[in-house]
Design a protein around this ligand. Structure first.
Ligand code: SF4
Length: 246
């Protein structure tokens, strides 16, 4: 039976949980989250660095912390993942990460096992293309292309083929993490370059505390209005703080 590599909430406990979607188009929707381990990018402010910043790697993160791979990830057979999802009796599933599309072949098999009763939403950094086998199961794509302030090189974070396809896909919603007002120049350039529909773009403040989010939202709201984009909060941070499994 194929296995997925999942993040954990504690050693040996897969990060599969029931919560309200905290960001973007589906904010507030009850959802089962499945957090996958592993990412092809290494954002300096990533709030799930335990999915990739393992001991022995030379990635930089602003908190300077490293994680034990065995404690912070586990391999789980898809039959067991399906059982854990079904136990919540919730029709919306969100595959998140890390970068879930690194395991999209196995995710396709999991979706086939789950059947058609679920709305499948994915959260991706947009640098990995969606392939046919998994694409057939996906109802909503939340793409968060990373800007220069993430610390990733442009050749790593911008995949022109993938972003062109996502921008033309009616299932797509884009979300840009904004750390400073100057980031808008980059957002507008990406919007134009890939012809992303303006009405499908959310600006989201970078931050992992309510205070940080509220402070940035004061100027971000004005930038959203000026540019015609939507703004999204991070509901889960206000409700639960920056904690795993929420
Ligand atoms: S792409 Fe997402 S999961 Fe990966 S390092 Fe950046 S913020 Fe973290």
């Amino acid at each position: 039976m194929p296995k997925l590599r999942l993040a954990t909430t504690a050693p040996g406990k897969p990060e599969i949980f029931h919560s309200l979607q905290g960001e973007g188009y589906s904010t507030g929707q009850p959802s089962v989250f499945v957090r996958l381990s592993g990412c092809n990018l290494h954002c300096t402010w990533c709030d799930t660095a335990y999915t990739w910043n393992f001991n022995g790697t030379d990635f930089d993160h602003r908190d300077g912390r490293k994680y034990d791979r065995g404690d912070n990830s586990l391999a789980m057979e898809i039959a067991d993942v399906a059982e854990a999802i079904r136990a919540f009796d919730c029709p919306r599933i969100i595959f998140t990460g890390g970068e879930p599309l690194l395991q999209q072949g196995v995710l396709a098999q999991l979706c086939a096992l789950l059947g058609d009763a679920y709305h499948i939403e994915i959260e991706t950094n947009g640098s990995v293309e969606l392939l046919a086998a998994f694409d057939a199961h996906v109802d909503q794509i939340n793409i968060s292309p990373k800007l220069a302030h993430s610390g990733n090189g442009e050749d790593e974070r911008i995949n022109a083929l993938a972003l062109t396809a996502y921008a033309a896909d009616p299932r797509s919603w884009f979300k840009f993490v904004i750390a400073a007002p100057e980031d808008m120049e980059e957002v507008n350039a990406l919007q134009k370059r890939f012809n992303v529909p303006v009405a499908r773009i959310f600006l989201m403040p970078e931050g992992v505390t309510s205070e940080e989010l509220r402070t940035k939202e004061k100027w971000l709201a004005q930038l959203a209005l000026q540019n015609g984009y939507a703004m999204t909060d991070r509901l889960h941070i206000h409700l639960y703080g920056d904690t795993r499994g929420t």
